[in-house]
Design a binder for this molecule. Sequence first.
Ligand SMILES: C[S@@+](CC[C@H](N)C(=O)[O-])C[C@H]1O[C@@H](n2cnc3c(N)ncnc32)[C@H](O)[C@@H]1O
Length: 424
Amino acid sequence: MQSQSFNEQEEKKFKDTSWDFCNEYTKSSNHGFHTYPAMMIPQIARRLIELYGKDKKILLDPFVGSGTALLEATLNKNFKKAYGIDINPLALLISKVKTTSINPQSLWDEYHKLVKKSLEDKKNKKIAQKPDFFNIDFWFKPEVIKDLAIIKQNINLIQNKDILDFFLIAFSETVRDVSNTRNREYKLYRMNQEMLKKQNPDTLRIFREKVKENIYSMENYVKEKQKCEVNILAEDTRNLTSISANSVDLIITSPPYGDSRTTVAYGQFSRLGLQWLGYDKNQVINIDKISLGGIPTKDLKNGLGSLTLKKTLDKIAKIDPYRARDVLSFYVDFDKCIQELHRVAKKGAFMCFVVGNRTVKGIQIPTDEIILELFQAKNHYKHHNTFIRNISHKRMPKLNSPTNISGNHAVTMNEEWIVIIEKQ
Ligand SMILES: C[S@@+](CC[C@H](N)C(=O)[O-])C[C@H]1O[C@@H](n2cnc3c(N)ncnc32)[C@H](O)[C@@H]1O
């Protein structure tokens, strides 16, 4: 079954068109509210929506992260509903704020009150209560802690929940900027002594600039947002979700690249922000463990229907059986997600996966082929296309430590594969 308005000619045209979007601006609309590791660039979500979402009404991003696909759905007039799922509370908060339109005047009013009060508190050397988390003094200088505590205390005075969340996002972004972490990295590494000596951020100014930037974006978003209801779900895509069966007609997503221990550590990236926001310590610490592939499998036995995966695992296991188990654990979990995506998708639904084919022990893992084989092993799916693109924008590691020894790096991914399948 193929949807009426789906245009194969148009799809063919995009086979020969570049998907790189080199040097294009990626922070339009609310896309620049908060950084997040391995963000999808809006141009990809937009093009996929245009190409595969013409007659579609309900979109799902089952690994929503910072909500790029969801935000694009709310800017498109087709969609009635968009769902986003994630296990990381920071991802859920960012996605919610980016897709909630708020009267900009109310934001400016709160902004002026908040800045005035925070400057006064600072001038009067008021001591606001700092959060109590392990190593706070290692990650932040004393003056920074004082300023962040003042800002946070004043944000907490905001009554309206949507406005409160809006300011919390700017605050979380500020936390990362003013911390002692090496800022362009997604894992938590402390600055060296020389960098630390120069680290003397004007916390209030950084926060103010961030809020202003976000309010300017919101001024445009309220005009551009279409009538799409957004549902952000704090659920796990491996399990039965609250989405009804056979309801979703377009999935656009970029799943994690592999287990968070050896690829992107979303939990580590989010830790300082979430701790300052007051999230429960155990919840914050466990994010990477409960991510796909967080717990290695006991052995290499598996009933997954991908021959490509089997061959790849055999090659890696010859060099390092333990790393092969890390790799397998990710696909075992991913296969559980496939069951759930199959359940919620309508017949004729398109699914678009943006994946990276990472390298482990010098062996490239063709995730694009593996995903396709896993879907087709149990159910009927038509493979439409696999587009390949060069990565130029992403905040993600181009280098990783394949032996897990610090300083021993290899190039991992400079390309992404966009796999398009249709549920038959
Ligand atoms: C590559 S990121 C998504 C980035 C997103 N496309 C964006 O533009 O920001 C993958 C996301 O999958 C989430 N994730 C990992 N395991 C999950 C699970 N079991 N269920 C739902 N989300 C999960 C991670 O927390 C992370 O936010």
